[in-house]
Design a protein around this ligand. Structure first.
Ligand code: SF4
Length: 320
């Protein structure tokens, strides 16, 4: 009996450590599993992913750096990147602009943007929702942000590794093209890894530009830079068609816009024309009104005829 005594205690100690280690592993595995699930489908740092519908993109005014939306022009889920969470920053003052006056204390940080973007990508994949694009838009003109270049690199890195099926898009009014650093950054990104620049071309002449974009940048300087860019790099042209103070673009403006569109398309570098109507509320709704769908169809038709006469073929899409 005395000889069995140490064996008994040794066995108990071994069993104790075995159970302790085994159960700890179970607990750790369980925790990791939950953590993984939390990371995929829960919330990150008070940021819960809601995919906003087409008619409401407003949560970017709530200070989020990353805002997933269903987008007409992207054809599905677009993960928006907002470089100006604290205030609107833009050289244009379009009456149809969807950014309402707001106040937040949110600040942009590349690190937080990356964390939120990874969370949003995981969350979309967890729900089996295809990510059509990651899109710089947000509260104003993204290329004017001092963080633009670093943020673009970081988003490209995540897109490449985590969602290679998604396109990388920058929606721009073109004002950034007047700065050499922005011009080369966009050009390099476009030519080296296929960044899709969606450039605003709302007006074909100075008169309508003053009404629809209300920008202090001279129309001719802006158009000259756009021409210079498109000669070297591909881009998508996007045009808002709506009425301002009850007036649609004149016939002369339509002719001037078609001629400019043709000149740009003849470089062979216009990927697509996007003609889109006003689908969401704007802060200046008393001035800007949606045009009838028939007007957008007519404009698409005259654009196609102009392109055909000029011997160019470029897809023209309408978003009402
Ligand atoms: S360019 Fe875009 S952000 Fe700037 S005022 Fe126009 S709609 Fe708003």
């Amino acid at each position: 009996m005395k000889a069995d005594f140490p064996v008994f205690y040794v066995t108990q100690v071994v069993r104790f450590f075995y159970r302790f280690i085994f159960l700890s592993q179970e607990r750790v595995t369980h925790k990791l599993k939950n953590k993984r699930i939390d990371n995929l489908c829960g919330s990150y740092n008070n940021y819960t992913m809601t995919i906003f519908p087409v008619e409401n993109h407003r949560n970017r005014e709530g200070g989020n750096l990353v805002y997933p939306v269903y987008s007409r022009r992207s054809g599905g889920l677009s993960i928006g990147i907002n470089l100006s969470p604290d205030k609107k920053v833009c050289f244009f003052d379009c009456p149809y602009c969807e950014i309402f006056p707001f106040t937040t204390t949110a600040q942009f940080s590349v690190k937080i943007m990356k964390d939120e973007l990874i969370y949003a990508v995981n969350n979309a994949q967890c729900r089996a929702v295809r990510i059509q694009d990651m899109c710089f838009s947000g509260n104003g003109e993204p290329t004017l942000s001092p963080h633009f270049e670093k943020a673009l690199e970081a988003v490209h890195d995540i897109q490449k590794k985590a969602a290679p099926e998604a396109k990388l898009v920058v929606i721009t009014c073109g004002a950034g093209l007047l700065r050499d650093d922005v011009f080369s950054c966009l050009q390099n990104a476009t030519n080296s890894y296929g960044l899709d620049v969606w450039l605003k071309l709302d007006a074909g002449d100075e008169a309508w530009y003053r009404v629809i974009n209300k920008s202090a940048i001279p129309f001719d300087s802006l158009i000259a830079k756009i021409k210079e860019f498109v000669r070297r790099s591909p881009m998508t042209l996007q045009t808002m068609l709506c009425s301002v103070r009850g007036t649609l673009p004149s016939d002369a403006e339509e002719d001037a816009w078609n001629a400019l569109a043709l000149e740009l398309a003849q470089t062979g570098n216009v990927r697509q024309f996007q003609l889109y109507g006003k689908a969401r509320p704007s802060a200046e709704d008393r001035f800007a009104e949606a045009a009838p769908a028939s007007y957008l169809e007519k404009r698409a038709q005259t654009l196609k005829e102009t392109l055909t006469r000029g011997g160019v073929e470029v897809p023209v899409s309408i978003y009402t």
